[in-house]
Design a protein around this ligand. Structure first.
Ligand code: NAP
Length: 326
């Protein structure tokens, strides 16, 4: 089987191997023919941190080649999207049933692949704000992978969104996503607040600036630290956000479903349905054949990707793939 693995001597530290072992799904896993996958910024860090020979790949979409042996999950031939921990940048992958959802016919594999990490992060971050109807919401990095979904979902939920972008030329994109106001300096966001909810993937000095914009009892959700470490003082909450709370979001948490809350599969299904209904539109500025994954990673590292980058695999003949996989 063909798939990517880390190799420090290869371009972008990634090599396409053609002799990988076929996946061996556990009883609660199905075998997926991968048709598209998306890149995430944190995967740049993972590629550096993991040992040589590690096989990356978290956001995938494709067709079920063989249903899970325990009888759960999607049937053979079903179109699905899934969030994996690794091994997704390959022709085939073993996918836990609890991390996958069905795709409606109108949703392409390219669209679906953008949703697992970026979409679920934005959805779970917004959930911390509770009812958003008429609420003022501030989203930093609003045209990024997570930010683009956060702006659209908050707007769909009835919030008035202020988008913070890195430079003025991003403003038109942020408005097209649904933002009512767009700022390039957080200080300027004060005119449209205070905020019921702040979503911040930048951290650094931006976090203290954003906390000062919170309404009393409001919520700030921190999910990234692109701007470096943050220094926060209770004085930042004195500004106006008395008794506001700060949530450190780890969106991969599989335990969200415990106690009756939505599971990863629930959230993936919700996002896929919103795309099918035309209420959520993934913005992808780089789509390429999967053999170009190292080039796409280089573009991502250089800051040349807006929204998401998606890699596509040619269709795999169903029968012949099954023959080889079995
Ligand atoms: N906790 C979790 O579960 C979780 C899940 C997903 C992602 N993350 C993290 O969240 C962060 C964002 O992820 P992403 O996929 O959305 O990344 P992304 O696609 O690269 O988007 C980042 C956005 O932030 C903007 N930005 C970056 N640095 C900035 C700065 N110093 N000041 C102002 N704007 C800045 C970028 O603007 P330009 O494009 O104009 O530069 C871009 O719009 C990353 O750190 C990622 O690792 C965490």
């Amino acid at each position: 089987m063909r798939g990517f693995l880390t190799d420090p001597t290869a371009p972008a530290g990634l090599r396409l191997a053609d002799d990988l072992p076929e996946p061996e799904p556990a009883p609660g896993e199905f075998l997926l023919a991968v048709h598209a996958y998306a890149l995430n910024r944190d995967e740049l860090n993972l590629l550096r941190r993991r040992p040589d020979g590690w096989r990356p790949g978290q956001d995938v979409a494709g067709t079920v080649l063989r249903a899970a042996a325990d009888g759960t999950g999607p049937v053979e031939g079903a179109r699905v999207l899934a969030r994996l921990d690794q091994h997704g940048w390959a022709e085939r992958a073993a996918v836990p049933v609890h991390s996958a959802a069905l795709l409606e016919p109108g949703v392409s594999f390219e669209q679906a692949a953008t949703l697992p990490i970026a979409g679920v992060t934005s959805l779970r971050a917004l959930r911390h704000g509770g009812l958003l109807l008429g609420a003022d919401v501030l989203v930093t990095g609003a045209t990024g992978g997570v930010g683009q979904f956060a702006v659209q979902l908050a707007t769909a939920a009835g919030a008035r969104v202020t988008a913070h972008v890195s430079r003025p030329e991003r403003a038109a994109t942020a408005r097209a996503l649904g933002a009512r106001h767009v700022v390039t300096r957080l200080a300027d966001a004060a005119a449209h607040g205070p905020y019921h909810l702040v979503l911040d993937g930048i951290g650094g000095p931006a976090l203290a600036d954003a906390v000062r914009l919170l309404a009393p009892g409001a919520t700030a959700v921190l999910y990234g630290n692109l701007g470096g470490p943050s220094q926060l003082s209770v004085a930042d909450f004195y500004a106006q956000g008395w008794n506001a709370r700060l949530v450190g979001l780890i969106s991969a948490d599989p335990g969200v479903g415990a106690g009756g809350g939505p599971t990863m599969a629930d959230d993936l299904a919700t996002l896929a349905r919103l795309v099918a209904d035309g209420r959520l539109t993934p913005h992808t500025t780089l789509t390429a054949d999967w053999t170009r994954t190292p080039n796409a990673l280089t573009a991502l590292a250089r800051g040349e990707v807006r929204g998401k980058a998606v890699l596509t695999l040619p269709p795999q003949g169903h029968e012949s793939v099954l023959d080889r996989a079995l």
